[in-house]
Ligand binder design. Structure first.
Ligand code: ADP
Ligand code: GN1
Ligand code: MG
Length: 367
């Protein structure tokens, strides 16, 4: 139980003032996240305290090392640019009283504490093209900031994270093993997944041929992993840095397509509502190109739409695999939650296929 250690863990961090409260926070599927409130001489100050999910990130200390490298690099660039509100622009770790970057609970799990970024919000469902543009621009700028990263090679925190062919093979094994006898209930989803196998290798083959470069990417650019400023609407800070590691820019763009173009929640039950919002696609394409400031190669631009299909498909097969394996990866709130999520992803792939021609045409008009 995470919560029993929370107060003990909070005491380890170097936070001034009196502890007021701690509550679970956000809608992440992986880590245990809490907002922790302190009273600092009459001023209420919040922190984000998170337990890293070490079932998934099996080397949490190396995850923290990556995060330190990445945030230090971005912070230095922001300082060089003369940006004033840096602690709202890049995640800031709070050290422990022992001067460490993370704490451990009595079971040995790793916890970290970040300064809470006030007057901003992360959106599970994006409402306007302007929000989509700002979020994509922030992810693009994040990518661009890391292009001249010259520190030690970042650790691959989840090996083969976006290796869709490997994800496909894992799905095939899950279907074969069928440990929960669920395969019979999801025949049409399995058929959909298997029939789309050719999609799985489309970016990998370009990478293998050396046509698409490896870069340092975020790899989990769903739109609730960026904070938009309440007043200006600007994308101010990229969050959830556990998967920042070598990858393809198109993984980052594709996952934005997956989350920005879907007008409803990832676990929506009414699939007729899962229809691609082309204006959101247009906004993220413009925002990402602006954020990456000319760094994307023509071949990357040509595959922006494909990447959306691929990442949505990949996420769908990950949810389906987890459903078949008995919900061992993603947090769930109801039975069949992962199946519901899988269905929205596959519905979105279908809708992306239907809209593909128009989206590709739009990309070709961008300068
Ligand atoms: P998970 O890996 O489980 O998705 P995240 O790191 O994305 O966890 O955190 C979950 C949510 O907490 C985010 O979607 C965001 O709303 C919120 N959050 C995380 N870090 C901060 C922060 N420093 N300031 C404000 N909100 C934050
Ligand atoms: C997870 O951590 P969170 O909730 O931001 C997952 C992503 C999936 C996403 C689907 C480390 O993201 O890869 O695309 O759920 N993160 C990890 O919503 O697996
Ligand atoms: Mg998250």
């Amino acid at each position: 139980m995470t919560i029993v250690f929370l107060e003990d863990v909070i005491k380890q961090f170097d936070i001034l003032g009196d502890y007021v409260s701690a509550e679970p926070y956000g809608n992440g599927h992986i880590n245990d996240t809490f907002v922790v409130v302190f009273d600092q001489g009459g001023t209420i100050v919040k922190y984000i305290v998170q337990r890293i999910n070490d079932n998934i990130f099996t080397e949490p200390v190396r995850v923290m090392e990556n995060i330190i490298h990445v945030t230090q690099h971005i912070r230095k660039k922001a300082e060089a640019k003369g940006i004033e509100d840096i602690s709202r622009r890049v995640l800031t770790l709070v050290k422990t009283l022992m001067g460490e970057d993370f704490a451990r609970d009595p079971d040995g799990h790793v916890w970290r504490c970040y300064i809470f970024i006030e007057d901003s919000k992360s959106w599970d469902i994006i409402e306007t093209p302007s929000q989509a543009f700002e979020a994509a621009k922030a992810f693009g700028a994040f990518q661009s900031d890391l292009m001249d990263y010259d520190g030690q090679r970042l650790f691959e925190t989840i090996p083969l994270f976006h290796h869709t062919l490997n994800r496909f093979a894992t799905l095939q094994k899950a279907i074969q093993d069928d440990v929960k006898n669920r395969a019979i209930k999801v025949k049409s989803e399995i058929d959909f997944a298997l029939s789309h196998e050719p999609l799985a290798g489309c970016l990998l083959s370009l990478q293998e041929k050396g046509v698409i470069p490896e870069r340092i990417t975020h790899n989990d650019t769903k739109l609730n992993n960026v904070l938009l400023d309440d007043k200006t609407g600007e994308g101010i800070c990229v969050l959830d840095l556990d998967t920042v590691m070598p990858g393809l820019s198109l993984y980052d763009f594709g996952d934005m397509v997956r989350t920005a173009t879907n007008p409803v929640a990832e676990d929506e039950l009414d699939l007729s509502k899962v229809v691609v919002q082309t204006r959101m696609f247009e906004a993220i394409a413009k925002g990402y190109l602006e954020g990456t400031a000319g760094a994307l190669l023509p071949v990357e631009r040509e595959h922006l739409v494909t990447s959306g299909k691929l990442l949505t498909y990949e996420c769908g097969i990950r949810f389906l695999t987890d459903y078949l394996q008995g919900d061992v990866y993603f947090k769930i709130k109801r039975e069949a939650h992962n199946l519901d999520r899988c269905r929205t992803q596959f519905a979105l792939v279908r809708s992306l296929e239907e809209h593909e021609e128009g989206l590709v045409k739009f990309v070709s008009t961008l300068s």
